[in-house]
Design a binder for this molecule. Structure first.
Ligand code: ADP
Ligand code: ASP
Ligand code: MG
Length: 448
């Protein structure tokens, strides 16, 4: 199915945060008859110190678990929606929805169910504001009973449900299994819902509307006015967003690849900005968009990695050593990020965000038991930075520039890795150097 004239538009949390933002979204949607499929996030932050509705819902879940009662957090969510409804003057009453949520929390005591209600209600509110039909994502986004996303079933359900619509609003981030049990994607997952609907309906473009003028060469919260990347490829996006450029979920490309659908990142609060077009390959031709001939497209980084340095004499001769180390990670459900090795040394590096001290202790015990190393050293508080761009392929000197710019900024490199595809260079540094390093790399590759 190819709807080459229709579009999917996804609006993020800040675009849904209050009535004035929602009015802007209404103007954008009404500006083109092609804007038929709308995906929305839950209301996000109205100002820096605000709390996202999704975070309030997770808080409600924790309250319910601890005390059997969740009104304290849920009332705040209700008030946020009621304020929006009142200011937009909508003929909509969500009180029975909130009653149902309070009851359902007892039947579906899962954080997926409660977290999903932000997008569910946001879609109801926006459907009422724009006069489109509300489509509950649980009707079309299908998961298996154990929470695995079911691509083909979802495509079929989405096409069947949306083929004759005059305009539909769908909540992002969640879906359900056949029995109606709700599952969510990982945080930021409304981007993925937008991609899934775009892929299923075969639209000409997936517009992802957010609160910045485009995908920037570095995190704008760290670098002052970074360059906006006018055009980048799916692969560059995946590398950068996986490594922390949170503007778009890193899984967003998968549902679009078969049909080569571009993603256009745009700013709800500045619709005239050109934005960023994310395209399948370097050679993809897209209207007026130009790909700048740059060595490095962007820089992104993630904090809180843990490294375990393993040393053992004659490690190189011991067949199966790395496999045994990795099986320990697998046993504790920890995903490996990097594994630099020497003759008698091996380092495993993984995201420490969800690894408790207790889990780490058990992992070290298992490595000791399985591998009998001479020495095990744990280092917490590491950060990884990815320097990404197709332009560095077959181009001499990029690694040298990475190293010398970090050296000039007085940043010590603890780890350095370049994939054979030459699409990225990863550097591991100490947490304290994180912002300094991002600024130095952006200056080296984008401000010279
Ligand atoms: P939404 O709620 O619209 O989905 P997000 O908060 O998920 O928006 O993503 C937009 C935010 O991503 C921006 O406000 C910005 O602070 C942050 N961000 C991080 N890295 C980048 C980057 N490289 N380019 C643009 N924005 C970035
Ligand atoms: N509301 C969800 C979150 O905050 C999903 C999203 O906004 O994409 O992660
Ligand atoms: Mg987002």
């Amino acid at each position: 199915m190819q709807n080459t004239k229709l579009k999917v538009l996804k609006f993020g949390g800040t675009s849904m945060a209050n009535a004035s933002a929602i009015k802007k979204v209404c103007d954008i949607v009404k500006s083109d008859v092609a804007n038929k499929f709308i995906v929305v996030s839950a209301p996000g932050k109205r100002e820096k110190a605000d709390i996202k509705v999704t975070d309030l819902l997770y808080e409600a879940f924790e309250q319910e678990k601890k005390t059997g009662e969740c009104s304290k957090a849920l009332d705040k969510v209700q008030k946020r929606f009621e304020d929006i409804i009142k200011e937009l003057n909508l003929n909509l009453d969500l009180s029975s929805d909130f009653e149902a949520i309070k009851l359902e929390i007892k039947n579906q005591p899962s954080n997926c169910y409660i977290a999903s209600r932000g997008e569910y209600l946001s879609a109801k509110v926006f459907a009422s504001a724009i006069g489109y039909e509300f489509v509950d994502a649980s009707e079309i986004i299908r998961f298996s009973t154990c929470g695995r996303f079911l691509d083909l079933t979802t495509k079929e359900l989405a096409r069947r449900r949306l083929k004759d619509t005059k305009g539909a609003v769908i909540g992002g981030f969640y879906g359900a299994n056949e029995l109606g049990t709700i599952w969510t994607f990982s945080r930021g997952g409304s981007d993925v819902t937008g991609s899934i609907i775009a892929g299923a309906m075969g639209v000409c473009v997936y517009e992802n509307w957010t609160d910045v003028d485009g995908f920037m060469a570095a995190d704008p919260r760290i670098v002052d006015k970074p360059d906006i990347i006018e055009m980048m490829t799916y692969k560059e996006l995946r590398e950068l967003s996986y490594m922390g450029a949170s503007v778009l979920h890193s899984d967003s490309i998968f549902p679009l690849r078969k049909k080569d659908i571009p993603i256009h990142i745009r700013n709800t609060f500045n619709p005239k900005a050109v934005g960023t077009l994310i395209v399948p390959t370097k050679k993809f031709v897209a209207g007026d968009f130009k790909r700048k001939a740059r060595t490095v497209t962007g820089i992104a980084g993630k904090k809180f990695f843990i490294a375990i340095f393993i040393e053992k004499s004659m490690m190189n001769d011991e067949i199966g050593f790395a496999r045994r180390v990795l099986s320990c990670l697998e046993k504790h459900e920890i995903s490996l990020e990097q594994m630099p090795a020497g003759i008698d040394t091996l380092t495993i590096l993984f995201d420490g965000t969800f690894v408790s001290d207790e889990k780490l202790k058990l992992l070290l015990e298992d490595i000791n038991l399985e591998c009998s190393p001479d020495n095990l050293i744990v280092e917490k508080d590491l950060a990884l930075i990815a320097v990404v761009g197709h332009g560095m392929s077959r181009n001499k000197g990029t690694a040298a520039r990475v190293c010398s710019s970090l050296c000039k900024a007085d940043v010590n490199i603890r780890l350095l890795d370049q994939g054979s595809s030459e699409l990225n260079i990863i550097v591991g540094i100490e947490l304290a150097d994180f912002e300094k390093a991002i600024k130095a790399l952006h200056k080296e590759f984008h401000k010279n």
